[in-house]
Write a new protein. Structure first.
Length: 133
């Protein structure tokens, strides 16, 4: 597999994550992570699939009550064997008429190939206007 193929698969992973979280398909969304995967958003760090599934219950409820669209852009990806990193901009808007801007920020990802599939080992979101740390 070429590095360009790896980059394309990682771009698909990033897009799949957005589609699944926005549609509330939490079981499939968790499959985007390694078994020990981490999702960190300001003030919350969630580790492992069981914890992500538990967190997902709230995400699913919110997706039903307040539908949104995650838009990820300006994606930079570096691949080194079975490890990769990426950084991108995040824009989240409501799926209402008219759409309302909810969040802007960045994702910083550590991605690992497991059993031939790229998955997030760690995804850290930082929201603009939120203190880092």
């Amino acid at each position: 597999m070429s590095q360009l193929d790896d980059i394309d698969e990682i771009r698909q992973l990033i897009a799949r994550y957005c589609h699944l979280v926005d549609s509330g398909e939490i079981e499939a969304w968790v499959e985007c992570f390694t078994d020990d995967g981490v999702l960190e958003v300001p003030g919350i760090r969630t580790e492992g699939r069981e914890a992500l599934l538990a967190m997902g219950a709230g995400i699913r409820e919110n997706a039903a009550a307040n539908p949104s669209r995650h838009v990820v852009t300006n994606v930079l990806i570096d691949v080194d064997g079975d490890q990769a990193s990426s950084q991108s901009y995040l824009i989240m808007v409501s799926a209402s008429v008219p759409p309302v801007l909810r969040i802007t920020g960045t994702y910083r990802d550590r991605i690992r190939r497991v059993d031939g599939r790229w998955r997030f080992a760690e995804r850290v979101a930082t929201f603009d206007g939120t203190p880092a740390g």
